[in-house]
Design a protein around this ligand. Structure first.
Ligand SMILES: *Cc1c(COP(=O)(O)O)cnc(C)c1O
Length: 427
């Protein structure tokens, strides 16, 4: 069926049981798969036939759930990973290696920043971090001859900046490289980055997609639109024979629609093994079945809380991209007209100390590193997730020392607002 709505995709995407098959997706809890002959299995190893042989590479339950996310994003191929971190790492490392360079928005998740600036740097990949609000000239100036990709987050965690996807996509494409977008906070329910020029999408499915704080996971989706074969030298890993798979050339064998994900599975999953377990994928799918319903509620609660904070004179500032007073309101309206996310950040008057005292007084909202959960949770990034950054790096990441990240869950908005008010009363 064509033109199926996102809600229907959330509920039914990726899996259509045949006559007499289970209605819910089967959990294939098996490390391995049986074949009649060694020849049959040899064909799988040479990527000549498709099929399952070992769950470190691929598992049917994980692939079913990846197919649903692929449909939701409007992509051509997708894979699950063990975490969002693994998804970000694989997405970049699949096309950039030692001696290469990547342009990234500076306002990204703290874990991703560390992965890029410290760990991948140690692997010989250089990153240039640019302000997401930079001009086109500044953005273009960040590219080098060895640049292989551009990376950014639709709505940055925790800075809540909204990236101008088209501006970043145009710059990436004019330099012959793909744009990778981490769409964790918006989810495909609120934004579909491929429609605005992004080429690869990553997710921490740990957040809204799972939505219940049950399972860590990640996902990579390919739009199939980036033409690697136009730059065969730059993307030689995709466009020239892979000796570790008997000389398969990914773009030739799997086309533009399958090359990126097949290479990431065949090489990176094989060698690093950051698989999601079938059990976790099953739970992720339960979350996905209600993603469209939950995102609406998260956004309603986010807006109600943001408005209440804005009207309270004990609050120094409020940052929520769906507030008309927000710097990113027009970008948010352009890319996410139906809502952004449930995460609101703000500063309590009195700075770092007041913020910590405020958090201690909360009764419904819990202090957690987690975010984007059914239960409201909050965090003081400067003393937690971003603690290894100095003040300058914090400022570049859009995190001030007084910033409280408040992730509105699915509770009643009036209760969340009352909780905030009583915690402010008790500072
Ligand atoms: C949490 C998060 C990640 C990392 O995901 P994990 O599942 O925790 O590894 C990456 N990007 C964003 C935007 C996140 O919020």
């Amino acid at each position: 069926m064509k033109n199926i709505g996102k809600g229907t995709q959330c509920v039914q995407g990726g899996y259509t049981p045949e006559n007499g098959q289970p209605r819910q997706i089967p959990i294939i809890q098996s490390t391995t798969f049986k074949y009649a002959t060694s020849e049959d299995m040899g064909k799988l190893f040479d990527l000549e036939a498709s099929g399952y042989f070992y769950s470190r590479l691929q598992n049917p339950t994980c692939d079913t759930v990846a197919a649903k996310i692929c449909e939701l994003e409007g992509g051509t191929a997708a894979m699950l990973t063990s975490s969002g971190q693994a998804a970000s790492f694989y997405a970049v490392f699949n096309i950039a290696s030692c001696g290469d360079h990547v342009v990234s928005s500076s306002t990204i998740y703290g874990g991703t920043y560390n992965l890029f600036a410290v760990t991948m740097k140690r692997m010989g990949i250089d990153f240039t971090f640019v302000d997401p609000d930079c001009t086109e000239e500044e953005l273009n100036a960040a590219f080098r001859p060895n640049t292989k990709a551009v990376f950014g987050e639709t709505i940055a965690n925790p800075a809540l900046t909204v990236i101008d996807i088209e501006k970043f996509a145009n710059a990436a494409h004019s330099h012959g490289v793909p744009l990778i977008i981490d769409n964790t906070f918006a989810t495909p329910v609120n934004c579909r980055p491929f429609e605005h020029g992004a080429d690869i999408i990553t997710h921490s499915t740990t957040k809204y997609m799972d939505g219940h704080g049950a399972a860590v996971g990640g996902c990579i989706v390919d739009s199939g639109k980036f033409d690697w074969t136009k730059y065969p030298e730059k993307f030689s890993g995709l466009c020239t024979p892979d000796d570790s798979y008997h000389g398969v050339t990914y773009t030739e064998r799997f086309g533009l629609e399958g090359a990126f994900i097949t290479k990431a599975t065949a090489q990176l999953m094989r060698d690093f093994g950051s698989v999601q377990s079938p059990q976790s994928a099953f739970m992720l799918n339960l979350g996905l079945e209600s993603l469209h319903v939950r995102m609406k509620r998260h956004c309603e609660n986010g807006l109600a809380v943001a408005k209440a904070l804005e009207a309270d004179d004990r609050i120094a500032w409020v940052n929520y991209p769906s507030l008309p007073s927000n710097k990113y309101y027009s970008l948010a309206q352009k890319y996410m007209p139906n809502g952004t996310c449930g995460v609101v950040s703000f500063g309590v008057k009195g700075g770092r100390r007041a913020a910590e005292a405020f958090m201690k007084g909360l009764k419904i909202a819990a202090i957690e590193t987690h975010v984007a959960d059914a239960r409201t949770c909050c965090l003081h990034p400067a003393s937690a997730t971003h603690r290894q950054m100095n003040d300058e790096e914090l400022a570049a990441a859009g995190v001030s020392p007084d910033l409280v990240r408040f992730s509105c869950g699915l509770e009643d908005a009036e209760d969340l607002i009352a909780d905030i008010k009583q915690a402010l009363d008790n500072i």
